[in-house]
Design a protein around this ligand. Structure first.
Ligand SMILES: [Zn+2]
Length: 123
């Protein structure tokens, strides 16, 4: 039986061995940026696009500007350090803590009592 017009399984995007070596690159320009700490950063952009007024410093991550000394100081949001105890105090009051501690101690004491009586029975 001859099958006509059989659809072969082909990939939609065939990998190509073509390399654009020697091809003309798009026009580009390199812009210098300096952050407030005077770290120098260069960034390359397409020539037909205006360079951004701010670029992150490669050294410290602070905003950098194309002009010396024009970059604003990095303003980091104040971080409130909280310890696990602080988070616990947000959830529970001291009275809650006393009650939970007493419950746990009572549970532990009853478990120990049950264990010791069980041991006594085995003897
Ligand atoms: Zn910097």
């Amino acid at each position: 039986v001859r099958r006509r017009g059989a659809v072969r399984g082909t990939r939609l995007a065939q990998p190509t061995n073509q390399v654009d070596r020697g091809g003309r690159l798009a026009e580009r320009r390199t812009v210098d940026y300096w952050c407030a700490d005077d770290h120098h950063t260069t960034a390359t952009f397409a020539a037909d696009v205006g360079p951004p007024a701010e670029w992150p410093c490669r050294t410290c991550g602070a905003p950098a500007a194309p002009d010396h000394g024009a970059a604003p100081r990095a303003t980091r949001a104040a971080v409130f350090f909280r310890t696990p105890l602080d988070f616990l105090k947000m959830r529970r009051t001291t009275e809650d803590g006393e009650r939970i501690l007493n419950e746990a101690l009572a549970g532990l004491a009853s478990a120990r009592a049950a264990q010791s009586t069980g041991r006594d029975r085995r003897r």
